[in-house]
Design a protein around this ligand. Structure first.
Ligand code: TRP
Length: 336
């Protein structure tokens, strides 16, 4: 197995939604089919330990996320699709990297700082109240995910950019202190399609509970689209596309010419009810076949397991010898 041209992880918490599809799944599915690229996609189940302490939820989320990626067309034979926890070399590398990571670097991580700020705001006398070492060292585990496969490019959302900077920092430190083994990975942020609006107009996100799940029933999908917030403009009144959640979702799915046509109809004052129905029809047509495939997979979770196990075997073709090389480099090898 070769090192990764592209690599990205998906934390296994929550149910996959339309925002995940547009931001992460759709571009990954495209890349996964490219015969000239080696792409690695994995379920970051160790990362999910940070927030969620419910074993059933974690397992269910892993099942749903893997099922969604497969149902939406991931070419798992051409790419490497696996579960982080099936690769024991990753936590081992994490510890090695932990000893090269300045605590001060971790102090500056946005997620950690936000947790501290929240404690301070709430008047707790311990700023670190409730903060685990898992949350604090999260960026090191992420660095290990990436460096384990010497990934060149890492597609992520805007909120992960700092983690990539940290990964580069840590890799450079290893290269400087021991030997140049690691490629410094580049972050890839797709600004055009990565942010989809949710039911309330804010970014679609599991933390805002404003998302539309990818694989609810057709009826539920319709119900949620009908619930999307609009303003009170009536039929025939010209409407603004820029600030419209319905339009932003439509645009994320439709072609350029369809989007332009829809913009014209906004100018002419398309009724909200009509727009909602058209949006539903559009998305439903795209999801119809994948939904069937998804349901099939949910009824046969062992098929998903098998795919992931095969992926882990492929991934370990790279990680086992590479970790061996890393161990030798740092002087953890046979002493005979
Ligand atoms: N932290 C990422 C997120 O929350 C998920 C992730 C874990 C990841 N390991 C990774 C992304 C490695 C890219 C590369 O979105």
């Amino acid at each position: 197995m070769k090192n990764a041209d592209y690599l990205t992880g998906i934390t296994t918490s929550g149910t996959p939604h339309l925002g995940n599809y547009v931001g992460a799944i759709r571009p990954a599915v495209e890349t996964s089919k490219n015969p000239d690229l080696v792409s690695y996609y994995f379920l970051a189940d160790y990362h999910s330990l940070i927030k969620n302490h419910d074993p059933k939820l974690r397992k269910q989320s892993a099942l749903e996320i893997a099922g969604a990626w497969i149902a939406l067309g991931l070419d798992y034979d051409n790419c490497v699709f696996y579960r982080q926890s099936d690769i024991p070399e990753i936590p081992e590398l994490t510890w090695i990297l932990t000893n090269l990571t300045a605590k001060g670097l971790m102090n500056r991580a946005h997620a950690y700082k936000a947790a501290v700020a929240q404690n301070d705001e709430q008047g707790h006398n311990d700023s670190d109240k409730g903060i685990t070492m898992g949350l604090f060292s999260y960026p090191i585990l992420m660095a290990a995910d990436i460096l384990m496969f010497n990934a060149r490019k890492v597609p992520v959302g805007q909120d992960q950019v700092q983690h990539l900077e940290m990964t580069r920092d840590i890799a450079a430190r290893f290269n400087h202190i021991y030997k140049k083994l690691f490629i410094l990975p580049q972050v890839v942020v797709d600004k055009t399609s990565s942010v989809l609006s949710g039911l309330d107009g804010r970014k679609m996100s599991k933390s805002y509970h404003n998302f539309i799940p990818l694989f609810d029933t057709q009826k539920q999908l319709r119900k949620l689209i009908m619930k999307i917030k609009t303003n009170s403009l009536g039929p025939n009144e010209p409407k603004d596309t820029e600030t419209c959640t319905l339009f932003s979702i439509y645009k994320a799915f439709a072609s350029e010419s369809e989007t332009q046509e829809m913009a014209e109809r906004y100018k002419k004052g398309i009724a909200w009810g009509t727009m909602k129905l058209e949006l539903f029809d559009y998305i439903d047509a795209i999801l119809k076949e994948p939904r069937k495939k998804y349901e099939e997979l949910m009824n046969n979770p062992s098929d998903i397991d098998e795919i992931l196990k095969k992926g882990a075997l492929k991934a370990r073709e790279f990680s086992v010898p590479f970790l061996e090389k890393i161990r030798k480099t740092i002087g953890i090898a046979s002493i005979g």
